[in-house]
Design a protein around this ligand. Structure first.
Ligand code: NAD
Length: 340
């Protein structure tokens, strides 16, 4: 049984907590740190989010040790793995300290707000005895795994065009609205859209150039549209925004056009992933039972159990996802394509 210390009991920390409960005997949250007294006592009634459980509840944390200071949690010998679910600007400092303390570390995305900070985390990970992974849940999302397999095994022929989208109402659920401050979150590009820069790299590798357009509100990027150039016969278009009216909620989706079929998924319409064939028929392949949040934690626990680093989502790839997002910002600023 792996003893887990969870830092941050907000939107995603609460989600991860629920996943550990489903994982049974393999892992147990033994310590929980949040700087907010109610949250570290299990009162999550004020915690919201845009995907998964709509609203938090009060939880009985039983024998889970509460910590007000995250460095004290790191010193707890019962904690073998640290799960970092705090605002993004804190990720590098906490990841490095937890790795230096000899813990296994799962940290929420993005790895950091700059490439330089990512590189410091990578150096700490390279000399650490613990395993390290950024929680890139999309790489583990059943529909996304299906698309990756279809691209790799060419069951529908070659991929010709792909569009990825992540669309949301303006987030109003983060504690003290830290997410709307670009110095703390990087805005919609590094918070929301970075899921797709990471996923695009996973699906198709590194592009040659990137061209992007970005909109801002109150100085914070809230919309990005980008084109990644690989080769003349492949189009990759990505859009990510959180400027939608409040009633919109959240959607993620993709449309993939292969030589012999098109594959489409739209989370918000409630329909299953659908394959549209050239003969006019459609297919709805069966997906795995668990979402990407469960699967990523399940996978990382497996890495610890096997004594091997992750190879589905490596720290180096998570660094590249940040670099691509920052190249998009650069392209938007200069009005030129950015060479990768
Ligand atoms: N993978 C996903 O789909 C997904 C979804 C949401 C958020 N995230 C990521 O998770 C991270 C957290 O986002 P969130 O939406 O859960 O934010 P949130 O505001 O809902 O929760 C953050 C929690 O961290 C706590 N915290 C802040 N500073 C702390 C400190 N110094 N010590 C201890 N606790 C501290 C806060 O009190 C709060 O409870 C962000 O990096 C975000 O990008 C990922």
């Amino acid at each position: 049984m792996i003893g887990v210390g969870l830092i941050g009991a907000g939107f995603i920390g609460r989600n991860h907590f629920n996943q550990y409960e489903k994982l049974g005997q393999r892992a147990k949250v033994v310590a929980l740190c949040d700087k907010e007294p109610q949250r570290r006592a299990g009162d999550w009634s004020g915690v919201g989010g845009n995907i998964g459980d709509a609203q938090g509840t009060k939880r009985d944390l039983g024998d889970i040790k509460p910590y007000a200071e995250w460095r004290d949690l790191l010193a707890d010998p019962k904690v073998q793995m640290v799960d970092i679910c705090v605002p993004t600007y804190l990720h590098p400092e906490m990841s490095i300290a937890a790795l230096d303390a000899g813990k296994h570390v799962l940290c929420e995305k993005p790895m950091a707000l700059t490439v330089e900070a990512c590189d410091k985390v990578l150096s700490a990970a390279a000399k650490a005895k613990g395993r390290f992974m950024i929680a890139q849940c999309i790489r583990f999302w059943p529909e996304c795994v299906y698309l990756k397999q279809a691209i790799d095994d060419k069951r529908f022929g070659k991929l010709k065009a792909l569009s990825l989208r992540r669309q949301a109402s303006t987030p109003t659920y983060s504690l003290n609205d830290w997410i709307l401050d670009p110095k703390l979150s990087g805005g919609a590009i590094l918070d929301l859209h970075v899921h797709d820069t990471d996923w695009a790299l996973h699906l198709l590798g590194t592009p040659q150039t990137i061209t992007a357009q970005v909109s801002k509100r109150n100085g914070s990027p809230d919309r990005v549209h980008s084109l990644w150039y690989y080769r003349p016969d492949l189009v990759l278009q990505i859009e990510g925004f959180w400027d939608m009216p409040s009633a919109f909620g959240f959607n993620m989706g993709f449309t993939a056009r292969f030589e012999k079929a098109a594959v489409m998924f739209e989370l918000s319409n409630g329909k299953p992933l659908t394959v549209f064939k050239e003969d006019g028929s459609t297919e709805t392949p069966t997906m795995g039972p668990n979402d990407g949040y469960f699967n990523e934690i399940d996978y990382f626990l497996g890495c610890i159990e096997r004594g091997a680093g992750p190879n589905v989502s490596t720290p180096g790839e998570s660094r590249e996802a940040v670099r691509m997002a920052l190249l998009e910002k650069e392209s938007a600023k200069t009005g030129q394509s950015a060479r990768v």
